[in-house]
Design a protein. Structure first.
Length: 644
């Protein structure tokens, strides 16, 4: 997920600052995040008199890690940031990730043998809007009555979580800016992953065995491939962190620490029967208060599992905040989940690899409709197409495409009352196979998918698309709303995703000799009926070729049918409007393709724009003669080159 290298917040370079501190024999004091109330809060002060203390003032033998790093290390403090603590728990399970977030950790660790090499400075890295950002902090931590106020480890001499939280608070403006947030967002900041929000309540997976099984298999793949999953139960303001009878907490973020099919039975019988049950393991950031239903630590269900399997799963009866539950119950009780996928883009991999394209853009205002880029969603038909547009191709017969639209994090603006995310989303249109200019009219385009519109930092979609050319239009919900965004697209084959910036063909120095388009014609070929395979009594494998002024497009082949649905579009900027457009139908053949008929269109701006069914005719001198079958199409021509 490293796109543009590592930047340094405030131009603070850890190695340079540490060297200067050691030379001056002084502990680092961060001027960018001073030990003042402004670093703590903007509205709600902590519950007591705060003293900023260095770890050596809290304990005699401080360490970054005690007995390694673990998801069991963390406890939430006096801040509503269980979402951040849950993300840290997930991070602790992924060595490849936390080594990026906590770089050079051995060098940052306290060294009792060389105490003079300690300078009270640490640094952490976060993935911020497509770039890794290095954030430096000093080790002065806020305490009340000699105890850390916020996130802390179970071991009172372990400080990685408290220091990581301080760096994240600095990135977000102050500690209070972390009060309320989204676990998926924090995970993305730790990894550069692609976040997908799943509404478990709306989808009601537990009521549909097939849907639930498909979801489990997907989460199992995500987890096995290094992804990170978290979940929560929605709550009203008065229900936040209220304990349910089953032991779960409302409005509380849980980190998923395992997804597994657990084998039932004992001894060899278990292996021969090969009976499994889907289970999921979670951790409460409080470090206590667990699920008490089926498959909880002390439930009788574990008697169905062999002792060896229980040992492998680490099943013990202890209130440490970590517990198992049946996947059915997980789908039933939890209402929201954040699934963060680490997308594999490596060419040297045995796993599925993805082609990645990243674009940075902005919603901007302009009085000129052709330059305005803040048109709002499809509800605003007059301005919708004024938004940024991105074209991509699906080159396989069917390809799965992942799309992530992310806006800049707004937490840093909470202190001035502007910390709310914009409501954003996007629409996908299937367009002409040869389109290379911006869309200006939706008359013959097809909206194949529209995302949800929500005021979250990221909107994500997984969709399977047939071969063809498509345009993504990312938008705010309302027009005239300004903001920046990052669009990421992943596909099985190279999509050639690029922004459409031109509105029509450019005038060049040689245009005076070659001519300039006089009209633009948009053609939609729906399908054909009544075709006849002259070489066989069976079906055919038809396709269409649309030709105009020396250029042409070809549809995909429709296998074994005499009534194909082509769903094919073409657009032509015509320099010679009197020259006709030809639509030919061919039968694909291993030896030689067979001509099945054609129609010739004048493409005049005066012609009807309604759908037409036209009989196929022969070519050449016999073109007046009909052939079996007809073709259904729609053609629109205009002299306004920005009319399509």
């Amino acid at each position: 997920a490293l796109l543009l290298g590592t930047l340094h917040k405030g131009n603070q370079h850890y190695s340079e600052l540490k060297r200067k501190c050691l030379e001056d024999k002084k502990l680092f004091e961060d001027p960018e995040f001073p030990v003042t109330n402004a670093s703590l809060f903007y509205k709600k002060p902590p519950p007591g008199r705060v003293e900023w203390k260095r770890p050596r003032e809290i304990t005699g033998e401080p360490h970054l890690f005690v007995d390694g790093i673990s998801s069991d290390d963390l406890n939430q403090g006096a801040l509503g940031n269980c979402w951040f603590v849950a993300a840290c728990s997930c991070l602790a399970l992924k060595p490849d990730l936390w080594h990026k977030v906590i770089p050079h950790w051995k060098e940052q660790e306290w060294d009792s043998k060389q105490p003079d090499n300690y300078a009270g400075i640490f640094h952490f890295r976060f993935w911020v809007f497509g770039e890794w950002l290095d954030v430096v902090v000093d080790d002065r931590l806020p305490t009340i009555n000699d105890e850390l106020i916020y996130c802390h480890s179970k071991a009172n001499n372990e400080f990685w979580s408290a220091l990581l939280e301080k760096a994240y608070a600095k990135l977000s403006g102050c500690y209070e800016s972390l009060d309320g947030g989204n676990t998926g967002d924090a995970v993305v900041d730790f990894s550069g992953a692609v976040a997908e929000a799943i509404n478990l309540e709306a989808e009601a997976f537990y009521k549909d065995e097939n849907k639930m099984s498909s979801l489990f298999e997907d989460l199992l793949r995500v987890y096995d491939r290094g992804g990170i999953i978290s979940c929560s139960i929605k709550a009203s303001p008065t229900e936040r962190e209220a304990r349910m009878a089953c032991g779960l907490m409302k409005g509380h973020a849980y980190s998923v620490t395992a997804v597994k099919k657990v084998r039932l039975g004992h001894g060899l019988v278990a292996y021969f029967q090969n009976e499994t049950i889907p289970l999921i393991r979670m951790r409460n950031p409080w470090g206590k208060v667990e699920w008490n239903g089926p498959w909880s630590d002390s439930s009788a269900e574990w008697e169905k599992v062999g002792s060896k399997e229980r040992g492998n799963l680490g099943i013990t009866v202890k209130d440490d905040g970590e517990f198992w539950m049946a996947f059915t119950d997980w789908c039933k009780y939890f209402t929201e989940a954040d699934v963060c996928r680490l997308i594999n883009t490596s060419l040297l991999s045995t796993e599925k690899t993805w082609h990645e394209v990243v674009h940075f853009g902005s919603w901007t205002k302009d009085t000129d409709p052709l330059k305005n880029r803040s048109g709002g969603c499809m509800n605003h038909k007059q301005t919708f197409l004024q938004n940024p547009q991105y074209l991509f191709d699906v080159t396989k017969e069917i390809d799965e495409v992942l799309i992530s639209l992310q806006q800049k994090d707004m937490k840093i603006h909470k202190s001035i009352g502007q910390g709310e995310n914009l409501t954003i989303g996007f629409a996908i249109f299937k367009v002409e196979l040869n389109r290379k200019y911006r869309m200006h009219d939706l008359i013959t385009q097809t909206n194949v998918q529209t995302s949800t519109y929500i005021n979250s930092r990221t909107v994500f979609m997984r969709v399977k698309l047939p071969k063809g050319r498509y345009v993504i239009i990312p938008t705010t919900f309302q027009p005239q709303i300004l903001g920046d965004f990052m669009l990421r697209l992943y596909s099985g084959e190279d999509s050639g995703c690029r922004e459409l910036t031109g509105d029509k063909p450019s005038v060049r120095c040689w245009t005076v000799f070659t001519g300039y388009p006089q009209v633009v014609t948009q053609l939609y070929i729906h399908g054909a009926e009544g075709l006849e395979n002259q070489d066989s009594t069976g079906g055919a494998d038809p396709y269409v070729i649309v030709s105009c002024e020396g250029s042409s497009i070809r549809s995909t082949v429709k296998a074994d049918t005499l009534e194909p649905v082509f769903d094919t579009r073409a657009i032509f900027y015509r320099k010679k409007p009197t020259k006709p457009i030809t639509v030919e139908v061919w039968n694909s053949n291993a030896v030689k393709d067979q001509f099945m008929g054609q129609v010739v269109l004048t493409g005049s701006a005066k012609d009807s724009t309604n759908p037409q069914r036209l009989n196929l005719r022969k070519s050449g001198r016999a073109m007046a003669d009909e052939m079996p079958g007809s073709i259904t199409l729609r053609i629109v021509t205009t002299t306004e080159l920005t009319g399509m």
